[in-house]
Design a protein around this ligand. Structure first.
Ligand code: DGY
Length: 361
């Protein structure tokens, strides 16, 4: 039997409780856990009690513990559940982000049916709007490609995805992994992806045709912390061994992308553009001088309205390599510079290749 875990921050309690109910109603599911840290915890606990009355399944809501060493965030929530589930003998454990608005039995079934076919690690992948997933596309996937070329890691559709299943054995391996435990912030998804892709077992990717629907963003300032923590997480994998033999990727075929998803705008371009006018501090300016060619000078010039088109895929690739080697989380200069460079790349892409819609993007 399976456990389903939802890490919850400040999500809409109604969406979360509906998702707890969907999970609990599934015949394969024995228990459902919500690990909370936000102000909505009381409303979620109330809703969970009603789900238990309705389904007869145990639906537990508990606060995330302080486990890791970085900012207390999603990683602490994931690790609270991972450590609590370890040794409990669950056959399978599913994880889902709590804010999915189109959660349904199909997510659980997709993962369970691949697990029935013998896969110990099953990840959901799904199409996303052309300007959504800007950390995945600009940082995590190319970062994994630079660090682990030719392996399954850069080929994973959603390496930052919080939607996956592990069997009991894989769960124990992850629970014993010190790097997973330390990663208390947004970087946890990257570290879990590495941990579950290096077990020497094949990874299955289940394709969710309709996409993962969730609230999108205003200005990309909302993603600043996540972007920096995800950059640090992928950079922390530098020098680690690649996935061993046996860790190949087996995936569902892709399917046509829903038309309405193609129309979704991932973020507010004008509000994001305004972030570039922030004056560079001394630390940012000093670090920018070491960037190759004139990337640093042009990046700093964006504070005075300088152009962003120079940050094409090649310039970004060269820049990302420098970030992977030098970036320091917690250093104000590195954080400001990395965020500015990423904004320039994302805006250059959104107003360039992605301007004409999903298919050209
Ligand atoms: C990503 O880039 O995948 C993050 O979820 C933000 O959209």
């Amino acid at each position: 039997m399976s456990l389903v875990v939802f890490p919850v921050k400040e999500e809409d309690a109604e969406v979360v409780v509906a998702n707890l109910g969907i999970a609990a109603a599934h015949p394969r599911v024995e228990e459902v856990w919500a690990v909370t840290s936000g102000a909505t915890a009381a409303a979620i606990a109330e809703g969970a009690a009603a789900v238990t009355r309705r389904t007869g399944k145990e639906v537990s809501v508990f606060a995330q513990e302080r486990i890791g060493e970085l900012r207390p965030g999603k990683g602490d929530a994931m690790n609270t559940a991972i450590l609590r589930a370890a040794g409990r003998g669950f056959e399978r454990v599913h994880f889902y982000d709590a804010d999915i608005t189109n959660f349904g039995a199909a997510w659980i079934e997709g993962a369970e049916s691949a697990a029935d076919r013998g896969f110990s690690v099953v990840r959901h992948r799904f199409p996303r709007a052309a300007t959504d997933a800007m950390i995945t596309w600009m940082v995590t996937r190319p970062g994994l490609a630079f660090l682990f070329p030719g392996t399954l890691l850069p080929r994973l559709g959603q390496p930052l995805g919080g939607e996956f299943l592990v069997d009991g054995e894989a769960l124990e391996a992850v629970a014993a992994d010190e790097a997973v435990r330390q990663r208390s912030d947004w970087g946890v998804d990257t570290i879990l992806t590495y941990a579950t892709s290096t077990l020497g077992v094949p990874v299955y990717e289940h394709h969710m045709t309709e996409g993962k629907r969730h609230a999108l963003y205003g200005s990309l300032a909302e993603l600043r912390t996540m972007m920096l923590e995800c950059l640090d997480a992928v950079a922390s994998l530098r020098g680690l061994p690649p996935p061993p033999d046996g860790s190949e990727l087996v995936a569902d075929p892709r399917s046509p992308v829903p038309e309405d998803l193609k129309e979704v705008r991932g973020f507010d371009v004008a509000a994001t553009n305004a972030l570039l006018s922030e004056r560079p501090g001394a630390g940012e300016a000093r670090l920018a001088r070491d960037l190759p060619d004139d990337v640093g000078a042009r990046a700093l010039a964006t504070a005075d309205g300088g152009e962003i088109e120079f940050m094409d895929a090649d310039a970004w690739g060269a820049t990302l390599r420098i970030l992977l080697a030098g970036f320091r989380l917690g250093d104000a200069g590195w954080e400001a510079l990395a965020f500015r460079l990423w904004l320039i790349r994302v805006l250059s892409y959104a107003t360039g290749p992605a301007r004409d819609g999903y298919d050209p993007a």
